[in-house]
Design a protein around this ligand. Structure first.
Ligand code: ZN
Length: 477
């Protein structure tokens, strides 16, 4: 398993992963982008459906690590958005055993990466429905322009598994409406052999042993995008504490990595407290990090449960900027999600700027110093990317991250700290639990600042040429 090439939330090594992918695989994912279908404005129109919106997923999974075999039953509460008999879900590779609509068996067939159910009569717009899909097989990650994504095995001696789905890997382990703006509540129960553990987003509701197996049940009211849902199985050391900002704070690590991981994650409570001061109340009922016994290209900010690889744990906090980055995503990326992947700078620019804010808070390099260093690096690069519309194959180009953070720093210098942080707090407050886009951010920032911010931000977002950073002396002028 080449687990070094994974979906990345951070900017390291991404281009190498894309370059390693066969052209046909890239084309399969990206074809149809921005061309004449009703979904033509979306970056990945083959993922997700506008025929319904999801209210809740209830996933009942059983995983056999000996055979690497997953059996699942998904109960999905949804609402029809248009008059149709066709209900489309995304599910890659796994076999479908049967499906029901409102408790009655219905016709189901595969169409490529889709599971298509046919209702016996047309569904009216606004009608609530319950879909049940029973499925199973040996899950495997999906090759993508962003590395291997989705469900994978860790390769450790216990047969552990991991999920790292960003952006398109969710259908590797459950049938879903795989659009970033289709957010829902999740209940996930995972049955594994006794002695094995399972982790999922949200709060542990129950852990029930039955003969030789144990069922772990979690609930997260969300709302959560499909790509942020995750399950981990294997053997973990768990640390749980109550925290004023995050509610329950829980971390899990392979036992042999626990000492280093505890040290490297020890400042998570301070990060949560600092970011809550800057961005507003923490949006969820819990937070935690899971370290998996595999090498990951980069951590991923699963909602309430960020994942790090064993290569991100060194006992010296060598990756602490990414610990801060994933926490910041809980506000920007997870709570305030994306209307479409093209607006990715709203996730990655904000989380990268949060890395700089954390450094500033520690009394190390301040954000202005880090922004000017980043600007120098950007100035030496090709100027051929519009970060507010980078193209589907360059979603995770490191320039989206760094230039996005520089754009926010330029806004801070022009508005001053008070107005700038009011913009960030207000952005989260206004769109908490929802999905947003770049135009909405420009409008919000302008309203909050009391003046149009387009002259400041548009060159950063839509020009290929790199704008100059304002002088630090101009702050708030
Ligand atoms: Zn990120």
């Amino acid at each position: 398993m080449n687990s070094a090439e994974r979906p990345r939330c951070s900017r390291r090594g991404l281009l190498a992963a894309a370059a390693a992918l066969p052209v046909s695989a890239v084309a399969a994912l990206c074809a149809g982008d921005s061309r004449g279908t009703p979904d033509g404005a979306r970056y990945f129109p083959r993922h997700g459906s506008y025929g319904h919106r999801t209210l809740a997923y209830d996933l009942s999974l059983a995983y056999d690590p000996g055979r690497a075999w997953l059996e699942g039953r998904a109960r999905i509460q949804a609402v029809a958005r248009e008059r149709t008999r066709r209900i489309e879900l995304d599910l890659s590779r796994l076999a479908v055993h049967g499906a029901r609509l409102d408790g009655q068996p219905v016709a189901v067939r595969r169409e490529g990466g889709k599971v298509v159910l046919t209702a016996p009569r047309p569904l009216a717009p606004g009608r609530q429905l319950e879909v049940e899909v029973r499925y199973g097989g040996r899950p495997a990650p999906l090759a993508s322009p962003f590395g291997s994504i989705g469900w994978d095995r860790t390769g450790d001696e216990h047969g552990g598994t991991l999920v790292a789905s960003q952006p398109l890997g969710a259908p590797t382990w459950f049938p879903c409406n795989d659009r970033p703006d289709d957010k829902a509540a999740y209940t996930v129960s995972v049955t594994v052999p006794r002695g094995h553990h399972a982790l999922a987003n949200g709060t542990l509701r129950e852990c029930r042993e039955d003969g030789g197996s144990v069922r772990w049940t979690y609930h997260h009211p969300g709302p959560m995008s499909t790509y942020l849902a995750a399950v981990y199985t294997g053997r973990f050391t768990h640390d749980t504490q109550q925290h004023e900002v995050a509610g329950t704070l829980r971390n899990a690590y392979p036992p042999h990595l626990a000492e280093h991981a505890r040290h490297d994650l020890a400042r998570q409570p301070r990060m949560l407290e600092h970011f809550a001061r800057l961005f507003g109340p923490y949006p969820f009922e819990s937070y935690g990090a899971v370290v998996v016994d595999a090498e990951l290209g980069a951590p991923v900010e699963n909602q309430t449960l960020s994942v790090f690889g064993r290569n991100h744990v060194d006992g010296r906090r060598g990756w602490e900027t990414l610990v801060a980055h994933e926490i910041a995503h809980q506000w920007f990326g997870n709570s305030v999600g994306l209307a479409d992947w093209r607006h990715i700078w709203l996730n990655e620019g904000f989380a990268t700027y949060a890395e700089w804010l954390w450094s500033e808070h520690l009394g190390e390099d301040d954000a202005d110093t880090l922004a000017r260093q980043a600007w120098q690096e950007l100035a030496g690069r090709r100027q051929n990317l519009r970060i507010a519309d980078p193209g589907s194959r360059r979603l995770f180009d490191d320039r989206v991250y760094v230039r996005g953070a520089c754009a926010l720093h330029a806004l801070r210098l022009e508005l001053g700290d008070e107005a700038f942080f009011a913009v960030l707090r207000g952005w989260h407050a206004a769109h908490r639990g929802g999905s947003a886009d770049t135009d909405a951010f420009l409008a919000h920032a302008g309203r909050t600042a009391g003046r149009g911010v387009e002259p400041i931000l548009l060159p950063w977002l839509y020009d290929k040429r790199l704008p100059a950073l304002p002088d630090a002396d101009d702050a708030g002028a």
